[in-house]
Design a binder for this molecule. Structure first.
Ligand code: ADP
Ligand code: MG
Length: 212
């Protein structure tokens, strides 16, 4: 399957499915954030992705880099919370890495996801176990790479990434937060899923569904 690629349309379908998931789960994400934060993660993500879908529909991109730079800029400018700049940087780095192409092959998508993850680290300095979105995203990107290296097709690699992201999300529950607003709670942050890790699991669920 060396010629297998993801088209621009399929990448827009990924963003659209992510928008749908954070919108449907807006109350759930906000409920998680009310336990260890300030009860705005659902509205931040739903508002940010709605703005993304509006912008991308109004000015359809002709290349992958253009699309994701627009997505990243829109999230950075339309979401006030920590998650806006973090997801925004993820998509900006994703976009700057791919170049002016109209489709991505498995190596291109893997490199873009890896660069996006690097953007989140550059911005938020989170490490594994800090109880952040990084705890879902880092294993997801690793799983994607491992699947591709083992010869899996894009759909199987994305499914593996989604499974790893969900496991990473679940693993945040017992952790004490060391980054972000939840860290102000100290030990009281334990016993709750991290909201950002939960939305990141939706990001990879959406990718798996878009590539299935
Ligand atoms: P805010 O914390 O400003 O209210 P949100 O509620 O939208 O923003 O997002 C909170 C999420 O952001 C957390 O659940 C966590 O996953 C993520 N987060 C916070 N700080 C960091 C960081 N330094 N690095 C990575 N992710 C972080
Ligand atoms: Mg919040």
């Amino acid at each position: 399957m060396a010629a297998e690629t993801v088209s621009l349309e399929r990448l827009v379908a990924w963003l659209s499915r992510f928008t749908q998931l954070v919108t449907e789960n807006r109350s759930y994400l906000t409920e998680l954030d009310s336990a260890i934060g300030d009860a705005d993660h659902g509205s931040n993500m739903a508002r940010g992705m709605a703005a993304v879908m509006e912008k991308t529909a109004a000015a359809p991109s002709s290349a992958v880099d253009e699309l994701f730079k627009l997505v990243g800029m829109t999230l950075v400018t339309s979401v006030g919370g920590a998650s806006g700049p973090l997801y925004g940087t993820f998509f900006l780095r994703f976009g700057t890495t791919v170049g002016a192409v109209t489709e991505l092959d498995s190596a291109g998508l893997a490199a873009a996801l890896r660069a996006g993850l690097g953007g989140i680290v550059a911005r938020g300095k989170a490490e594994l176990g800090d109880k952040t979105m990084f705890d879902a995203m880092s294993p997801a990107v690793d799983a994607f790479d491992a699947e591709i290296a083992a010869g899996a097709d894009l759909a199987a690699a994305a499914a593996g990434a989604a499974t790893a992201a969900a496991a990473g999300r679940d693993a945040t529950e017992p952790l004490v937060a060391r980054k972000g607003r939840a860290s102000y709670l100290g030990d009281r942050s334990a016993g709750h899923l991290d909201p950002g890790a939960t939305s990141t699991a939706f990001l990879f669920q959406a990718l798996a569904e878009a590539l299935a």
